[in-house]
Every structure is written in C-alpha cells, then in structure tokens.
Design a protein around this ligand. Structure first.
Ligand code: GLN
Length: 231
C-alpha cells in the first residue's frame, strides 16, 4: 500500500507538508509507522497542487528520499490545495512516473492507496497508465467525483478483496474514502490535512473509521459519512 496526503487551507509550502514533518511522506517512504501491506514505499512518488486554477504535478518512479532536486525546490512551491503520495507498487504493476499518483483529469488530483483487480474496471483511453490505480482514477473521473461514494461501493462489490482508499482534490474541496486502510485527519488553524498516517505526534490527529467518505470544504468543515453497504 502506498501512503498519501491531502491538504486544503491557506497556501503553505509543499516541503512543509511532505518533507519537513518528522514522520511525513519522506520518512514514510522508508519507515512508515502504520503500513500493513508492504514495508517501504520506494517505487516512486508524486506531488500535485493547484496554482490558481492550474493543476501542476511532479512525479517520479524513484524513491522520494533520494530526490535532491525536489528537496531543493519544494520549499519554494506554495499552494492551498495539495495531493501527494509515495508508492509501493503492487506486484505485476508497471513502475514508471505515469503510474505514480496523483492522477488528474485536469480539474482533480487523485491518489489511490490499495489494489483492485483490473478485470472489474472498464478499459479507458483516459487512463494515464495500465496500473490499477490509474484505471480506477479514470473510472472515478468519468462517473464524476460527486458519485465517488457510489463508485467505490460498486467497485468494492465487484472485487470484494479490493482496497479502495482515495484522496482527491479540486482546489476548493478535498474528498477521501477509507476502504481497507488507515486515514487520519488533522484540523489545523490554517487548514485540514488528510493522511494515511499522522505525520507527527500532535494530539489533534483523529483516525477515520473504515468504509467512510470524508468531505472537506474550503471553510475547513470536515464531514464523514459511512459508505453504503458497509458492515
Ligand atoms: N496498486 C497501486 C500500485 O501498484 C497502489 C499500490 C499501493 O497502494 N501500494 O501502484
């Protein structure tokens, strides 16, 4: 499983979210604290953010911990809305920059932590890679982010062993699902963080129960709803 993070709030530097925290994605790339599937996340990484209305992405098929260019430039990159991930590739999946989250349709950034049988997903020309996560992202974009909950429940029914943990954002809204892996929320004075695991030991981190939809508004309102058909 990968580890991912979403931010919606005041503009902050990418480094402050991804590299600086004591247990942030950089450390999670080699020493995650809560990872149950896979040991390290060395098969690539990606950061996507909104620059006014423009989606910008920086993705790689190499480990995040060794990227000195990203470490140098990311303190100067600032955004109010960020989706970032480090990747542990599922066996048999391609290792290439286009298989690293976040995926995008030009309006949304999306990260998938988990696995899904590609045979239950439609083949889409819009998928950025043949990795299961890119095919799932294409389906979510096609069915519409408003229908994220239904799409996850439907895919989960088609593949009962799937793990379908999503973080996605469009610059003014952050959506997430929990389906088979952990997610925590941190409400800060300047915004909201969603992360596979807390990036530090701040007491305000709250665990989100499994099989939930999380909806974060630009006003910082966090809504959690159980996913239909969940036990
Ligand atoms: N199945 C996806 C991949 O291979 C995601 C893997 C993960 O969550 N570790 O990239």
């Amino acid at each position: 499983m990968c580890r991912h993070l979403g931010w919606l709030g005041e503009p902050v530097s990418i480094a402050s979210l991804v590299l600086d925290p004591p247990c942030g994605l950089r450390v999670q790339s080699y020493a995650p604290r809560r990872q149950k599937h896979g040991l390290i996340n060395a098969d690539g990484w990606g950061v996507g953010f909104f620059d006014r209305d423009e989606v910008r992405r920086w993705r790689s098929a190499s480990p995040l911990w060794g990227d000195v260019s990203f470490a140098s430039v990311s303190p100067a990159l600032r955004s109010n809305c960020v989706v970032a991930a480090v990747r542990s590739a599922t066996v048999g999946m391609p290792i290439e920059a286009s298989a690293s989250a976040p995926f995008s349709d030009g309006n949304w950034l999306l990260s998938h932590n988990g696995v899904v049988d590609r045979r239950v997903l439609p083949v889409s020309a819009a998928a950025e890679s043949t990795v299961d996560s890119a095919m799932l992202a294409a389906l979510i974009f096609e069915r519409g982010p408003e229908n994220l909950a239904d799409t996850i429940v439907d895919v989960g029914a088609a593949d009962p062993s799937a793990r379908l943990n999503i973080v996605m954002a469009n610059g003014s809204r952050l959506l997430a699902t929990t389906w088979g892996d952990s997610l925590s929320v941190l409400r800060r004075d300047d915004g909201v963080v969603l992360a596979s695991e807390p990036y530090d030991d701040h007491p305000d981190w709250e665990d989100i129960p499994d099989r939930h939809l999380v909806d974060v508004s630009s006003a910082g309102q966090v809504t959690m709803t159980p996913l239909k058909g969940s036990s």
